[in-house]
Write a protein of this length. Structure first.
Length: 116
């Protein structure tokens, strides 16, 4: 049974930083591309960042490019999202996603709140 568990969310002031983590179990981590998505109150879930199964390629939404960095650590089956220069509009629930030939899995999310 695949399981994704996010952590690292919280409340920070604008301009601050947070690092989100997503620990993956129950699947072969190196066979999956990983992504981060977010959903703000009253809005649809949107793409934030993604990293390929080999970590050779990364992708970012224009709204976070230059501020957020996605990475993965194979020995810990973990994907990270380093978020710098945070803005109030980054406030959302952040979700981790694993996509591969054998399935598409989501974590339950972690709340990120940025105060102005």
């Amino acid at each position: 049974q695949a399981q994704l568990v996010e952590s690292g969310g919280g409340l920070v002031q604008a301009g601050g930083s947070l690092r989100l983590s997503c620990v993956v179990s129950g699947l072969t981590f190196s066979h999956y591309s990983m992504g981060w998505f977010r959903q703000a109150p009253g809005k649809e879930r949107e793409f934030v960042a993604a990293i390929g199964w080999s970590a050779a390629n990364t992708y970012y939404a224009d709204s976070v490019k230059g501020r957020f960095t996605i990475s993965r650590e194979y020995g810990k089956n973990t994907v990270y999202l380093q978020m710098n220069s945070l803005k109030p509009e980054d406030t959302a629930v952040y979700y981790c996603r694993a996509v591969g030939l054998r399935g598409d899995y989501w974590g339950p999310g972690t709340q990120v709140t940025i105060s102005s």
